[in-house]
Ligand binder design. Sequence first.
Ligand SMILES: [Zn+2]
Ligand SMILES: [Zn+2]
Length: 396
Amino acid sequence: MYEVYADLHVHIGRSENGKPIKITAARSLNFANIAKECYERKGINLVGVIDCASPYVIEDIENFLKNGDAYELEKGGIIYKDKVCIILGSEVETSEIREDGKKGSAHNLCYFPHLSDIKAFSDELSHHLKNITLSTQRTDLSGYDLVDIVEKYNGVLVPAHCFTPYKSYYGNCTDSLRKIFKEKYDRIYAIELGLSSDTYLADEISELEEKTFLTNSDAHSLPRIAREYNKMEMEDINFEEFVKVLKREDGRKVAVNYGLDPKLGKYHRTYCEVCGKQIPGKAPVTKCDTCDSRNITMGVFDRIEIIKDKKESKSPKFRPEYVYQIPLTFIPGIGPKAIDKLLQHFGTEMTVLHKLTDDDIESFCGEKMAQSIINARDGKIKIAERAEEEITVELA
Ligand SMILES: [Zn+2]
Ligand SMILES: [Zn+2]
């Protein structure tokens, strides 16, 4: 088995010719640059690009395949310079009717083996939303219907960041995924945890015990790729092997989830929209402790407190360790120039985080910086992420 570092949730900001795909994402975040960043700097061998149903992106992929560094694999996925396998995906927003009669919406990661599959999927999807060229547009489909469409084109569906408020199944639609997918629930092999939750929290819900957990970055810019990622064990990098990992078939599996401490996530605790702060206190918090307002956004921790059905968190035997780790770009005292030097010398971020000894690092960058990197590798540095692109850092 190979150890493979995987990030299955990366957006595209603009197409190569400047057409907007995800408006809130960086301009430089295009298909070719993602492949390059994973290969040259991150050391990510399996990357899911989840805006590939946009016809502008499909055009970019076709051009990308023409210039020789990349080709489609028979077993699915696009291999770039023999090192990075790109999984073609699409994030789809579904509409659900909640038990209280109101409408809810949830995000779904849909992954496909071949360009022809996602092209056909894109075609069909275009009948269910307003603008197929843009990322993650709302559809009139429910998750229950979407699974069939995804499988029709040989794909798999993974509920995205499944606890976050507004745009997720548990956050916005239901207290039970099984109620959404009904008899199709066994065809959901995995869920994505999202930045504000972790394995410990998700394993308070019994219906998730059989599911594989994914930790992905949801990157809106190149540096954010691999902010969270997975170490997988697989025989090769391609779509078929990726699905085996999700199903935990023939020894393939997620071996480690690497993610931020959910306490530092933007949506961890209930947030007062009036005071602009997270509300402490015993979960679930349903109103502000300062201004009494109920104009709140329900936090992931608080939401799980409401829907959990286990007395305590208990993980099934196969569940891998969840390691709290922060990426190089978040480490205090290490600027972009220092990171460039580090990567020039050692190769990729995954090498620095996983392969080097403490001595290797110290001999290259001196005691002070080395200690910061070593602390980060050991999960001893805390970072607080207040907003998507605004990050404050503090030493633990
Ligand atoms: Zn999403
Ligand atoms: Zn308040």
